[in-house]
Write a protein that binds this ligand. Structure first.
Ligand code: EPS
Length: 398
């Protein structure tokens, strides 16, 4: 099994991630990890913080001479914007009340501030907001990059592209079995400041973001994350906890601000006939590749049927809500005085959908790596690859 946890506050010393379960013998590139971190930082409409940080990971454990050794892999990404006064870990004899520390008292609607402060009985909302900040996703992207490097050993590729920012949409038919098309869309998105595939729409989106910024408001949007060259058989129909679509939905929903997850055709399928939705099955012995030669011409299922991958591209669409930190704050109640007030104004982004799509790639890569470990086992890359090859061989004899 693959497992990872993160630690760290947004303006603390740094973000730590511990990833366990990666087989031994995987050659890891730190450059690749740092490239992924840079991708997470990009995007038109990001806040000033991204001008301060240049995220780069330091390896703490789990590697020798550039190769995994099977033990937990630990990384730290230091925060350049470490606010040492706020994160006076030891307090040197003074209690929190004795310091002249400026508290955050006006919870932002839409953020974890109020529920978190009540739940953890904290008199400063910062004790909540510092950890609930999407800065935590730095750790996920580091873990995700390791998993992407693992998946590339099996030729599996994970990518993404943004399909809407606020009400501005890209019209795109991405429910396809053609993995080259999906990779092409991903590569186009890589050239865009909003990770979109259509530069004319990108212009409209930029204009809309600029207008929103002037209004001191924020935006959300939608994006598609996919994986291609997946083997048939990841996940299982036999138990609710084993279903691949459920696991993907969980990992996507865990990303801050993600409010909906759809696999394949998603919610639209509820308005259609069965004959319009289900992907008919074909067979060709001429098909290249190691999987069974069954194939589909459509991919409305998004590569998963009955909780099991069917070998077609896995396609997931997510919605990110608008950032809850507004320049023109919403009404709230001061937690100390209990008087009506406006939410605290904190530096933030206008929109972070492009970054969210990169984070979603990481979550999908981690989920798939876990499934591959469950299906094929193996403590070393060599052993796992052998098992993988053997399975592909077996399926030919089905
Ligand atoms: C983020 C860092 C934060 C925010 C953003 C994500 O930086 P700061 O709070 O110092 O300006 O830009 O946080 C949120 C969107 C949020 O809701 O907390 C990052 O590194 O991704």
């Amino acid at each position: 099994m693959i497992n990872f946890i993160t630690a760290g506050e947004s303006h603390g010393k740094g973000i730590v991630v511990i990833l366990e379960g990666i087989p031994a013998g995987l050659k890891l590139s730190l450059d690749e990890i740092n490239k992924e971190l840079a991708r997470r930082q990009k995007g038109y409409g990001r806040g000033k913080r991204m001008e301060i940080e240049k995220d780069s990971a330091e390896i703490i454990s789990g590697l020798r001479f550039g190769e995994t050794i099977g033990s937990p892999i630990c990384f730290i990404v230091y925060n350049k914007d470490w606010r040492k006064n706020d994160f006076n870990f030891e307090n040197k004899g003074k209690t929190f009340q004795e310091t002249n520390f400026k508290r955050l008292l006006n919870p932002r609607p839409g953020h974890a501030d109020l529920a978190g402060a009540i739940k953890f009985f904290r008199s400063d909302l910062k004790d909540i907001s510092e950890r609930s900040s999407a800065r935590e996703t730095v750790g996920r992207v580091v873990a995700g990059s390791v998993c992407k490097q693992f998946l590339s050993q099996l030729n599996i590729f994970v990518g993404s592209f943004v399909t809407s920012i606020g009400k501005v949409k890209v019209n795109l038919d991405y429910l396809t079995t053609n993995y080259n098309l999906l990779i092409k869309l991903h590569n186009l998105a890589e050239k865009s400041v909003l990770r979109v595939t259509n530069m004319a729409v990108e212009k409209q989106m930029i204009k809309f973001i600029d207008e929103t910024m002037l209004k001191k408001d924020t935006l959300g949007g939608e994006f598609v994350t996919f994986s291609v060259k997946n083997p048939i058989g990841l996940g299982s129909h036999t138990q609710w906890t084993s279903r691949l679509d459920a696991k993907i939905a969980f990992s996507m929903m865990s990303i801050p601000a993600v409010k909906s997850v759809e696999i394949g055709m998603g919610k639209v399928c509820g308005t259609k006939f069965g004959s319009e939705v289900h992907d008919e099955i074909f067979y060709s012995s001429k098909l290249k590749g190691k999987n069974l030669k069954f194939y589909r011409k459509t991919n409305n299922a998004g590569g998963i049927e009955g909780g099991i991958s069917n070998g077609e591209p896995i396609i997931v669409r997510c919605t990110m809500k608008p950032i809850p930190t507004l320049g023109k704050p919403l009404k709230t109640v001061n937690i100390k005085t209990k008087k009506q007030n406006f939410a605290d104004i904190i530096r933030s982004d206008v929109v972070a959908v492009p970054a969210c799509s990169v984070i979603a790639e990481s979550m999908l890569a981690i989920t798939l790596t876990n499934e591959i470990k469950i299906k094929f086992g193996g403590d070393s890359i060599k052993e796992l690859k052998k098992n993988y090859k053997n399975y592909a061989y077996l399926t030919q004899k089905f």
